[in-house]
Design a protein around this ligand. Structure first.
Ligand SMILES: [Zn+2]
Length: 188
């Protein structure tokens, strides 16, 4: 079974630069990848690519950060959108893809001024076993990576979220709840 880790950029950085072993169970041996829409520039050398299929859109981030959307509402929006890709098999081990910033983007923008949607991405390599997917948020219950973890577990990955295994939840979700398991338990 292929394993994927989800955690914060700060923890991945602490482990990767050898400053801390405290977060070692939270970070895999493979590449560190971003699933955040607005990566901080300090993380540029840490992140070797982005998993576009698990990134929120700018307008979704604006809505939740501006208070027009609650965090639970934001998670629901992501779950609904990602359910289609999940059903199409796009999140399965071997199918999930990683992208890098395009040379066109780098030629036209300062990295700080990047628009991280649309055409500014290229490359479609598979996410490999042992990769760590990161967001900037400190804790998973307040971060969309908790939703990403659910989706990846459903897609057949062995998932480690902030150091804890995420239970596989299958496709026959008989209680119909999208907020149990690792998802929104701390927020509801
Ligand atoms: Zn986050």
């Amino acid at each position: 079974m292929m394993r994927v880790y989800l955690t914060s950029l700060a923890r991945a950085s602490a482990v990767r630069i050898g400053k801390s072993t405290r977060f070692a169970p939270e970070v895999g041996p493979g590449p560190v990848l971003g699933i955040l829409r607005r990566p901080p520039t300090w993380a540029a050398s840490l992140i070797s690519g982005h998993v576009l299929g698990l990134m929120p859109k700018h307008k979704e981030l604006d809505a939740v950060q501006g208070g027009e959307l609650t965090f639970d509402g934001y998670c629901s929006v992501l779950r609904r959108r990602w359910a289609r890709s999940l059903a199409s098999g796009l999140y399965a081990p071997g199918a999930l893809r990683v992208a890098v910033t395009s040379t066109q983007h780098l030629a036209q923008h300062h990295p700080d001024g990047a628009f991280w949607d649309g055409q500014w991405w290229e490359g479609r390599d598979p996410v490999v076993d042992g990769s760590t997917l990161c967001c900037a948020c400190k804790d998973a219950p307040a971060c969309h990576r908790s939703v990403a973890a659910e989706v990846l577990a459903s897609a057949g990955w062995e998932v480690i979220l902030d150091g804890e295994p995420v239970a596989f939840r299958g496709h026959s979700d008989h209680n119909g709840s999208a907020g149990d398991a690792t998802g929104g338990s701390g927020r509801e």
